[in-house]
Design a protein around this ligand. Structure first.
Ligand code: HSE
Length: 345
């Protein structure tokens, strides 16, 4: 499997590191090479049909601020026309205004029949149907576990493990920064601004933290869940959204007196699509602490299923991307086996 990584910031570098560590064991399990044949950042690129050493590329990026020769004004999709690859890992920064450059990159790959694995919320929250249709038309696959919940496997669990279930609703905490702020306000009596500064220092907050505190990040993730799990046709703008900017220390303290916490809860179902601060009894699973994400699924046969984990971070996001890459490889391997030309999984 020949992979190109498009976007080489924190997440792209995490993917490179995860592949360096895990590719040998994946290769020996599937008897197929998993190699990185191209890396692109916003200004430069590095290509090698025989496979790059992702750690070397990351070291170059750290030293020189770029991964290789300049793109010199050429658009990535022009360069890609000459590159032979199977999967694009698209991890350019999320843009919730017009979804670019991620949307254009993904469409170029999918239209050419190349699979896409992404953590990029913008294109999925704004133009999900167009991406799905492009994939359907060319027979390419689009996987995006890393876009919601970081390392918490809510999308693939819902779509692949719970295939016999009707999922009635999902309620969850999708933003670690907000959860951290609300916790620090309650546990330490910190004012909102100070708690936000701490979250930024820890590297959890988005580059523009209004994405976190105004519920934009959570709303984008809610739209992705609605499209991917409830087969709705919504965009980010369809989400009823209230952030936590207006949550005062006084409100947090009043809630505590009633043995409750305030949490930014997303609720998604066939009829609901909402992100808002809500009161949750202490001890309830959704009263989860720290920067964790949590998702509670109500299903018709299995009842309630709850999954929690780390929703952000370099290696956590890379873990979800790697799981999607391995899923593609496993599917390819199974299809070769059915056709009598492959190895056992
Ligand atoms: N800023 C996000 C969070 C990162 O705090 O959860 C993951 O999307």
């Amino acid at each position: 499997m020949d992979i190109i990584i498009v976007g080489f910031g924190t997440v792209g570098q995490g993917v490179a590191e995860a592949l360096s560590r895990k590719a040998p064991s994946i290769q020996s399990a599937f008897k197929e090479k998993m190699r990185v044949v191209g890396v692109f950042d916003s200004k430069s690129y590095d290509l090698s049909p025989k496979g790059l050493d992702p750690r070397e590329v990351a070291a170059r990026k750290a030293k020189l601020g770029k991964v290789g020769p300049d793109l010199e004004g050429r658009r990535l999709i022009e360069v890609l026309q000459d590159v032979k690859y199977d999967v694009m890992v698209e991890v350019t920064p999320t843009n919730i205004k017009d979804a670019e450059p991620g949307f254009g990159n993904m469409m170029a790959a999918l239209s050419a029949g190349k699979d896409v694995v992404t953590a990029n919320k913008g294109p999925l929250a704004l133009r999900f149907r167009q991406l799905s249709k492009a994939a359907e038309k060319s027979g390419a696959r689009l996987r995006f576990e890393a876009s919601v919940g970081g390392a918490t496997p809510v999308i693939n669990m819902s779509r692949e493990l719970l295939m016999g279930e009707r999922i009635l609703s999902i309620r969850g905490i999708e933003n670690g920064t907000c959860n951290f702020i609300l916790n620090r306000m309650r546990d330490e009596g910190l004012p909102f601004d100070q708690a936000l500064r701490e979250a930024q220092e820890m590297g959890y907050a988005e580059r523009d933290p209004t994405y976190d505190i105004d519920g934009i990040d959570s709303a984008a993730k809610a739209a992705i869940l609605a499209n991917a799990i409830f087969r709705r046709d919504v965009t980010f703008d369809d989400v009823r959204r209230t952030g936590i900017r207006g949550v005062s220390l006084e409100a947090v303290e009043l809630a505590a007196e009633e043995k409750k916490v305030i949490r930014l809860i997303a609720e998604v179902s066939e009829s609901r699509l909402e992100v808002s601060p809500r009161l949750v009894p202490t001890g309830h699973p959704l009263a989860i602490g720290g920067t964790l994400n949590i998702f509670q699924l109500m299903t018709d046969l299995a009842g309630d299923i709850t999954v929690a984990g780390r929703g952000a971070g370099k290696m956590e996001t890379a873990s979800a991307i790697l799981s999607d890459l391995v899923a593609l490889m496993k599917e390819d391997c199974a299809s070769r086996r059915r056709n009598g030309s492959g190895n056992r999984i």
